[in-house]
Design a protein around this ligand. Structure first.
Ligand SMILES: NC(=O)CCC(=O)C(=O)O
Length: 261
């Protein structure tokens, strides 16, 4: 399965301009690369403009989900559409969407673990619904958002539900780039799944983001990697059939003894 990841330089606090960037990118990458799936990063309409988020969202309304639905159906491609800030009454969630190639939203997920190091808990409300797998292109997949990467329980739950690929949608800072790579390789190895991450680049409010979007196979090998600082497209072709062989060679799932832990 061929995927295209948009390692995006987000324009802070300007949803309309970011939607236009994504529209142009999606049309361009579909023409040049013909991927079967598109992937966007975390909070890609606003970046971490947390203090002004409420006003930005009130003014912008709910335009982004219909925009993504129209984009997916017109290009006839599913989109793991990163996450965006969504305001519901007085609460703001960091919400990811998955849109199928018919333009239907097949899944959404509110980030459960809000990141204290970026002050999220002071502005956002954490999700309270459990993670679930979703199906696009006939394959089961899962997703988490950024700081969730530090909580292996989410990944194990998704793997046990049958996810073959787990996406990490992120605005991960350069300050902890070492954790970013190592944790993803560990999640891939321990769950014997493909991990695909989409991060952003550039900085906002003194925080530099780390790029380095990754595709990692269930053996833990990096099969595609973005640069640290450039806005770019990363394409990755995932041989999904390899998972069965790896799970036979190291039969982690049949060796588990969940009654004891
Ligand atoms: N956007 C995020 O959740 C960043 C997570 C992070 O900085 C970390 O886990 O470290």
């Amino acid at each position: 399965m061929k995927m295209a990841l948009y390692q995006m330089e987000i324009i802070p606090g300007n949803p309309g301009a970011n939607r236009e960037k994504v529209r142009r990118w999606a049309h361009d990458v579909m023409q040049k690369e013909q991927p079967e799936l598109l992937v966007l990063p975390e909070m890609w309409t606003t970046a971490y403009t947390l203090e002004s988020l409420s006003d930005i969202l009130t003014e912008d309304g709910d335009q982004t989900e219909p925009f993504l639905q129209e984009l997916a159906s017109s290009l006839h491609v599913p989109i793991v559409a990163g996450s965006i800030a969504v305001k519901e009454e007085e609460q703001i969630f960091n919400r990811a969407f998955v849109i199928n190639e018919q333009g239907q939203t097949v899944y959404h997920y509110d980030k459960i673990h809000l990141v204290p190091m970026l002050d999220e808990p002071n502005y956002l409300t954490g999700g309270r619904n459990p993670v679930k797998v979703f199906e696009v292109t006939g394959r089961k997949m899962g997703l988490v958002i950024c700081y969730d990467l530090r909580f292996p329980e989410l990944f194990r739950s998704l793997a046990l539900q049958g996810a073959e690929v787990i996406f990490v949608l992120a605005e991960w800072p350069m300050a902890r780039i070492h954790h970013w790579e190592v944790l993803q390789q560990a999640r891939a190895i321990e769950n014997q799944v493909f991990i695909v991450s989409c991060n952003c680049v550039n900085s906002y409010d003194g925080v530099e983001f780390a790029g380095t979007s990754l595709a990692i196979n269930p053996w833990g090998e990096i099969v595609a990697k973005g640069s640290k600082a450039e806005e770019e497209t990363i394409t990755a072709t995932l041989p999904l059939h390899e998972t069965a062989r790896i799970r036979k060679e190291v039969p982690v799932f049949s060796s588990r003894v969940p009654d004891l832990y």
